[in-house]
Write a new protein. Structure first.
Length: 283
């Protein structure tokens, strides 16, 4: 936001107003709804009926793809702030800002949990009939399922949560459906684990059987090579078997070394030729 800004967005909430200089072309590129709203303005300024912090967060996200403005909420659920950012973005069909606000809304429950503020957020979301509340409601139900024990067992506040469940039948139905799905997943978990274990055992047995068959076939090949004709000496026979055999994975590393040793033994072995006999007779 600099001196080249050619448009302004004004936040008006109650008696407090504040204007922000912006770039018309950048805002128009984000959505058709926002462009239409800007083009309808004849004064060069678009007024948004929302809290100034929410409008600031929206503009910051449009410029930087994120917003880090966090209001100082005393005793309140900060998720309401992100829910308001989401609602404003939904109004102008700003999908990028909607996704960011929804993510921050879900994270806020884990980072800055506040029981009372969360219950108030449920009340506001289920009082709102706008379509923008649908995604927020889903996130609220997810958090309620994850923190169900805290919501029901906290002595000071459990009555407020139970009263909310009784007051808003839609929330009660959504919560019940989510709890049923969670129970179904938990019940199906042992079956899935046993099925995976059985599948693993079957695969292991099958691999062992295949390995045994390969070893047996390899032994047959070796036996066939040993059955040979001719008057080769034993070292020569071993050398031929080693050179002609198809080595398995365990034999591959020692084939060359074994061949060299066998060849050495063959060269040193007495051959029983006629040249040796005369020499012995001369002695």
């Amino acid at each position: 936001m600099d001196q080249f800004a050619d448009f302004s967005i004004k936040s008006a909430w109650g008696s407090h107003t504040e204007s922000f200089p912006v770039h018309r072309s950048l805002l128009c590129s984000h959505s058709c709804k926002l462009r239409a709203a800007i083009e309808e303005c004849t004064t060069g300024e678009l007024t948004i009926q929302h809290d100034v912090l929410v409008v600031k967060a929206l503009l910051q996200c449009l410029y930087t793809s994120n917003y880090v403005l966090v209001p100082n909420l005393t005793g309140g659920f900060i998720g309401r702030y992100h829910a308001n950012v989401y609602a404003l973005a939904f109004e102008y069909d700003l999908t990028q800002v909607m996704a960011t606000a929804l993510y921050k809304f879900a994270r806020s429950a884990a980072i800055s949990w506040d029981h009372v503020g969360f219950v108030h957020a449920i009340n506001r979301a289920y009082e709102d009939t706008d379509e923008a509340a649908t995604a927020i409601r889903k996130k609220l139900v997810q958090v309620a399922v994850e923190r169900g024990v805290e919501l029901y067992d906290t002595a000071n506040h459990s009555r407020e949560f139970i009263a909310t469940v009784h007051t808003y039948g839609t929330f009660a139905a959504d919560l019940n459906a989510a709890l049923v799905e969670k129970v179904k997943r938990l019940l199906s978990l042992p079956v899935e684990v046993e099925a995976k274990a059985a599948e693993g055992e079957f695969a292991t047995t099958r691999n062992e059987a295949a390995g045994s068959k390969r070893d047996a076939d390899s032994m047959k090949d070796v036996r066939r090579e040993v059955k040979h004709d001719g008057n080769d000496s034993p070292p020569t026979k071993k050398l031929k078997v080693i050179l002609r055999a198809k080595p398995s994975s365990l034999q591959a590393e020692c084939t060359l070394k074994g061949a060299l040793v066998a060849a050495s033994l063959a060269s040193k072995e007495p051959t029983g030729s006629s040249s040796t006999a005369p020499a012995m007779r001369r002695e």
